[in-house]
Design a protein around this ligand. Structure first.
Ligand SMILES: Nc1ncnc2c1ncn2[C@@H]1O[C@H](COP(=O)(O)OP(=O)(O)OP(=O)(O)O)[C@@H](O)[C@H]1O
Ligand SMILES: [Mg+2]
Length: 452
């Protein structure tokens, strides 16, 4: 059985062992009570026997045994015990008392059954001066066990109540302590639940213990992260909407222009422009989609084993027509397979964006070279061009979403490098920008090589 309540759990952990200990303690204290009662009864039996023995004397040449009342009355403790006695001479002649009372050794007393009653018995022998062969006499005294048992119970009961009280008090204190100890957790719960709280504001729980404070700190840190993420998301959506609005407005203007135009060739011209605009819009939508897919947590993380060389070759084949159209010398510098682990689609998307940038921003007739190598346990992908490059102070900014260089003549959405960085970081790598040997830009991507 599992106990899900902390209170019950702690109560069980404290009170059950304590109750177990108390039980063991009670068992030993019962033994002690028994030993004490035995000892007291022994003393009384011995005292009684001795009192009787001392009264036995020779009167007029005859052994005479008179039982002094005190020897019997000393057992009168209010428990209605019966006392049996017997006085015999050394030769076995009964002087007085019950003839069939069994004899017992001198202390400690023994238990025996007499006339269907349990007795404690003790026999005491005593020399009577002048009694000749009748001396020593033996005196046996027995007493029923009511007083003895009552004493055991009295001694033991007080122990029992003490132990019970101890366990109960411990339980109460555990509950009280828990109530106090759990109070900050309850306050934390109320603080998080409180409808008056502004969303994701840090919670404050004054008086929280050192065990609970890390939980509160972690919660606050987590909410801070979520808040930052939500803010970024909001910014992104606002930006995206803004970016979509401009080309959509343009599209609408171009459409009205085409509608108004009656001359066939001018209408044709307007339609071509409209088609180009819608193409750019489609590209923007595609880039937005790719970026949202590249974000961590948007797809099930994939860990395919990808040959980057193969992926790059595939990208170059698809980009070859664009290079040809602008008379750009698109080269591939590789030396065999370079395996990495990651999301294949996203890694290809990353290469597409780098090659696309190089082709787009390099003037017609330029050179773009894609290089792939494995070094120091890393896959190194470089995309070098001899275009205008990116000024050093802009190199951090171009990775931001929607950021484009002011004088960028080419159309673009400003999302390509943001996608590149997102993909590279998800794959555990890093990306950097540098100057090319003959001017232009060199983008270098380093990814961990797949082992084995
Ligand atoms: N190879 C390059 N040479 C010169 N400038 C570059 C190069 N690559 C990128 N840039 C600059 O960095 C900016 C950001 O590039 P990014 O790829 O993020 O966006 P984009 O190319 O404008 O749009 P998208 O790729 O989303 O269509 C570009 O606007 C461009 O000015
Ligand atoms: Mg780009």
């Amino acid at each position: 059985m599992r106990i899900s309540s902390l209170r019950l759990q702690l109560l069980a952990w404290v009170v059950l062992p304590l109750a177990g200990l108390a039980t063991i303690n009670l068992w030993t204290s019962h033994g002690n009570a028994l030993a004490t009662a035995d000892l007291v009864t022994d003393r009384m039996l011995l005292g009684s026997a001795r009192t009787i023995a001392e009264r036995v004397a020779m009167t007029d040449g005859v052994l005479d045994a008179t039982i002094p009342p005190a020897a019997i009355e000393m057992f009168d403790t209010g428990d209605r015990d019966r006392v049996y006695y017997q006085v015999k001479t050394a030769r076995g002649r009964l002087l007085t008392g019950y003839p069939d009372l069994p004899e017992a050794p001198k202390a400690p007393s023994t238990e025996a059954t007499f006339r269907d009653q349990r007795l404690r018995l003790l026999t005491f022998s005593h020399t009577v001066i002048g009694a000749g062969a009748d001396s020593p006499i033996t005196v046996t005294v027995g007493v029923t066990l009511a007083g003895h048992d009552a004493m055991v119970n009295r001694l033991w009961l007080s122990d029992f109540t003490q132990q019970l009280a101890l366990v109960a008090i411990a339980g109460v204190f555990v509950l009280l302590g828990l109530h106090r100890g759990l109070a900050p957790l309850i306050r934390l719960r109320d603080a998080v639940r409180s409808p008056s709280r502004n969303d994701l504001d840090p919670v404050k729980v004054p008086g929280a213990q050192s065990e609970i404070r890390p939980l509160i700190d972690a919660l606050n840190a987590y909410m801070e992260r979520v808040r930052a993420q939500m803010a970024a998301q909001r910014r992104f959506i606002a930006n995206a909407a803004h970016q979509l609005r401009t080309p959509l407005a343009l599209l609408s203007t171009q459409a009205s222009y085409a509608l108004r135009e009656s001359a066939a060739d001018q209408r044709q011209e307007a339609l071509v422009a409209l088609q180009a605009s819608s193409g750019r819009l489609a590209r923007l939508a595609e880039q937005l989609l790719t970026l949202s897919r590249a974000e961590p947590g948007s797809r099930r993380p994939r860990a395919d084993r990808i040959d980057l060389t193969e992926a790059a070759r595939h990208v170059l084949e698809t980009q070859a027509p664009a290079a040809l159209a602008r008379n750009i010398d698109l080269g591939f510098d590789e030396s065999g397979p370079v395996p990495v682990v990651g999301d294949g689609t996203m890694l290809r998307e990353m290469i597409v964006n780098l090659v696309d940038n190089a082709l787009r921003y390099t003037p017609a007739g330029g050179t773009v070279t894609v290089g792939l190598a494995a070094s120091d346990g890393e896959a190194v992908l470089t995309v070098a061009d001899d275009g205008p490059g990116i000024p050093a102070d802009q190199r951090e900014h171009v990775f931001e979403r929607f950021y484009r260089l002011g004088d960028a003549a080419q159309e673009g959405s400003g999302l390509g490098l943001a996608i590149v960085r997102e993909v590279v970081e998800n794959a555990g790598g890093r990306v950097s920008l540098a100057d090319g040997a003959a001017g232009g830009l060199v983008v270098e991507v380093r990814l961990p090589l797949a082992g084995g």
